[in-house]
Each structure stands twice: as structure tokens, then as C-alpha cells.
Write a protein that binds this ligand. Structure first.
Ligand code: AMP
Length: 279
């Protein structure tokens, strides 16, 4: 398990792997690792000769300065956890090297970035695309692994890869949950004890919602989910959308899409959590 900070060193190590015909899998993360991240590492290890994990809290994707400041950074623990999975290379670049000058690139993902996270976090996906395109350029992986928890992010990255004509296979991995159903997230550790307990209501409601299709109409189900969660004093729904999982357009009737996904963002105290479920 090599730990490298410099971009040039990372690039030369990767070139050597490639020269030896190795297939490279890449797992980009912002650290504060949990079993969700580790499941991506495990999948990459199964499917590639070499696995590279990056840990980088990317400043350009935070539209809220306080969120960037409070984002958990626990590198020693991350390295400990990773050592059990033994990725070949851990890349931990410095922001100054990734962004020697401000990144002025503007990406256009069309309609898929105009809804949900894109609408509620202006500039977020542009920042994600800025950093992921740079990381892809340094690492040039064969496969790159992303969590379905950030469902819209996967759609954006797939679109970016297509737009930039990159020969990289984007692999979407299932959501890993806590025992009580809460989707694992680095932000969960920012919740107080009582907030953490109540946050389980989010996934619990999504699971129940699955059983109400098709008895409830789309709009009835939306109302029910929002009311159910907002009924809890610790939770406030920012949005709840039911969309087609390919074009991310909102559906009005169940027949509008064969592959429906319900996406939610909930404010739990100062912490913003997202989750989704296939309906
Ligand atoms: P982050 O460090 O939050 O940027 O996440 C890095 C990667 O891990 C992203 O592709 C996330 O979608 C993925 N990820 C985060 N949480 C989970 C989870 N609970 N299950 C599966 N993947 C996850």
C-alpha cells in the first residue's frame, strides 16, 4: 500500500502499472471512510489488477463554506481502515497542487444537473466534474467506482465521461447502510446522538414507500413521504423527487418510467443527508 502525495509521482507509478499491462480501478473519495467507501475498494480489487484510492476534500464542490470547514478529516483512521483492504496506491494530493490556479472550466450536463442536488447546490456538480476530470487525467483508470448513494453524481460523471470521450468504465455500486437502515455517510458522524437515532426515519420511510406503489399515486406518495419525515421534529425534507433513473425527469404517473428512483435530501440539524431508493 503506497501512499503518495505528488501528482507527478502518482502518474509515474501508474505509467509503470500500465506498461506492465495492469488494469487499474480507481475509487475517488473525500476521506472519513466507512464501509460504503470500503465496499467500492473491495469491488475494485475484485475487478482490477491494481486499485487506486484518492482522498481529497475538494473545495470547489462545496457551495457552503461551513460544510467545507466542518467536513470530517481523519486521515490516520482512514489509512488504518484502508490497510485492511490493501489498495495498491493511496493518492492524497494537496489542494495547492490540484488547483495551482482557480479552475474556470464550466461543464454542461444539460437537464440532469438542473434538478435535485444540482438545483439545490448551485455549482456543486461543476466542482465535482472539475476534480473528477483532473483525477481521471492523473490516474487514467480502466474502471472508476462510485456509490449509488450519490445517484445523481453517478449520472453526471457518466455524462462527463461521455462528453470528454474518456475511455473509462463508470461502475455504480450499491448503497451500504447502517443496521437501522441509515445510508452510511461521512456526514453521519456530525450528527448528535439524538439526531443520529432519528435520522433512521429517512430510510425507514423510503422502505415503506416502496410498498405503497402502485396503490398510492405519485403525488400521494410524495405527500405521504414528506409529511411522514417532517412529522419528526429533528428532520426537515429539502426535496423529495421521484424520477426516471436515466433522464432524471420527474414522473407524474407510475407508467411514465419503468426504472423509477425516489431521491430525498433531509436536513438533520445542521447536517444535510441524502438517500434514494428504487421504486
Ligand atoms: P465521498 O467521500 O462522500 O465523496 O464518497 C466517495 C464515494 O463513496 C462516492 O462515490 C460515494 O457515492 C460513495 N459512497 C458514499 N457513501 C456510500 C454508501 N453508503 N454506500 C455506497 N457508496 C457510498
Amino acid at each position: 500500500m503506497r501512499i503518495v502525495k505528488l501528482i507527478s509521482e502518482t502518474q509515474s507509478i501508474i505509467s509503470e502499472y500500465k506498461a506492465n499491462g495492469k488494469r487499474v480501478g480507481f475509487v475517488p473519495t473525500m476521506g472519513a471512510l466507512h464501509k460504503g467507501h470500503l465496499s467500492l475498494v473491495a469491488q475494485s480489487k475484485r475487478e482490477n489488477d491494481i486499485t487506486v484510492v484518492s482522498i481529497f476534500v475538494n473545495p470547489t464542490q462545496f457551495n457552503n463554506l461551513n460544510d467545507l470547514k466542518t467536513y470530517p478529516r481523519i486521515l490516520d483512521k482512514d489509512l488504518d481502515l484502508l490497510s485492511e483492504y490493501e489498495p495498491d496506491l493511496i493518492f492524497i494530493p494537496e489542494a495547492e497542487e490540484v488547483y495551482p490556479e482557480p479552475d474556470t472550466r464550466v461543464f454542461n450536463f444539460g437537464d440532469i444537473e438542473k434538478v435535485m442536488e444540482g438545483k439545490n447546490r448551485p455549482g456543486h456538480f461543476n466542482g465535482v466534474a472539475q476534480v473528477v476530470s483532473k483525477l481521471f487525467d492523473y490516474i487514467r483508470p480502466n474502471n472508476a467506482y462510485f456509490g449509488q448513494k450519490d445517484f445523481q453524481q453517478v449520472a453526471v460523471i457518466k455524462q462527463m465521461t461521455k462528453n470528454l470521450e474518456l475511455d473509462i468504465n463508470i461502475v455504480a455500486c450499491p448503497i451500504i447502510r447502517e443496521v437501522d437502515g441509515l445510508a452510511m455517510s461521512s456526514r453521519n458522524m456530525l450528527l448528535s446522538k439524538v439526531e443520529r437515532k432519528n435520522a433512521a426515519k429517512i430510510s425507514e420511510t423510503l422502505f415503506k414507500a416502496c410498498n405503497l406503489v402502485p396503490d398510492f399515486s405519485v403525488s400521494q406518495l410524495k405527500e405521504w413521504v414528506i409529511a411522514e419525515i417532517n412529522n419528526n421534529a429533528y428532520l426537515e425534507v429539502e426535496y423529495f423527487e421521484i424520477v426516471d433513473d436515466t433522464n432524471l425527469k420527474s414522473i407524474e404517473k407510475w407508467d411514465d418510467s419503468d426504472n423509477r428512483i425516489a431521491c430525498i435530501t433531509v436536513q438533520v440539524g445542521k447536517v444535510r443527508l441524502i438517500d434514494n431508493i428504487s421504486l
